[in-house]
Design a protein around this ligand. Structure first.
Ligand code: HEM
Length: 208
């Protein structure tokens, strides 16, 4: 297995291992629900954004060997966000659906978070090679849902009533930066700029 993939799997297992360690050593905080909701939400969003960064980073650096980690990063992101929701629904709200629905309806951060999660479901379900083949060109179109899911996730974080917003601001700037190279005109300009030196090297070889 390539070391990059291994690193992704190790990194993704750390938050769960840490939670298990806290459980077995009795060091889990008393306010367990909030602790887990925040931990899983933060990890889920970090993985989601890391996955979103792969295409622009590959375009800018011409490193295609980053691409194989895009999918595991995204799938781990989705799994942690699912755990985030599970902790919210089960530990914070005791699976009281009336309470949960009221909370989602009343707090815009929750409704926008739910919308982001719903958009991620088809992406996670069709993330396998089999589905990619089956859907053909439609797979790429479907996976553009991530262009909505990521900004909505940021909005969810931004709309939580927080005093300190350092991370959300960092994520906002990163996501804007990661959108720029995806814009077709900018993508073409990057490709042209990259072809320039390659063409010059080829021409030098031909004439040399
Ligand atoms: C793609 C979907 C979602 C992502 C990426 C996400 C991510 C996050 C992040 C990053 C935080 C802040 C963690 C921190 O403080 O470091 C958070 C907090 C929170 N999220 Fe989500 N979330 C999503 C969906 C949802 C949904 C659908 C709900 C519930 C309906 C929800 C409930 C909460 C709650 C209650 C908190 C605040 C915990 C607290 O401060 O007490 N999230 N989420």
């Amino acid at each position: 297995m390539p070391w990059r993939n291994l690193l992704v799997h190790v990194l993704a297992s750390l938050p769960l291992l840490l939670t298990a360690y806290e459980y077995f050593t009795g060091t889990l905080p008393i306010v367990l629900d909030r602790h887990l909701v925040i931990r899983f939400g933060a990890v889920g969003l970090a993985f989601l954004i890391a996955s979103f960064s792969i295409t622009p980073l590959s375009l800018l650096t011409s490193k295609t060997n980053l691409k194989p980690i895009r999918r595991p990063l995204g799938v781990y992101g989705f799994c942690y966000i699912a755990l985030h929701l599970l902790a919210y629904a089960w530990l914070s709200n005791y699976l009281d659906w009336a309470l949960i629905l009221r909370d989602i309806g009343e707090r815009r951060a929750m409704s926008v978070g739910l919308l982001a999660f719903v958009l991620l479901i088809p992406l996670a379900l069709t993330s396998t090679n089999g589905w990619q083949k089956r859907l053909g060109k439609r797979w790429k179109v479907l996976h553009r849902l991530v262009y909505f899911a990521v900004p909505l996730s940021i909005l969810h974080y931004l709309w939580l009533e927080r005093d300190i917003r350092d991370w959300v601001l960092v994520y906002t700037v990163l996501v804007i930066v990661f959108f720029i190279p995806r814009y077709p005109a900018i993508r073409r300009a990057i490709a042209r700029a990259r072809q320039g030196p390659q063409l010059a090297v080829r021409e030098n070889k031909d004439t040399g």
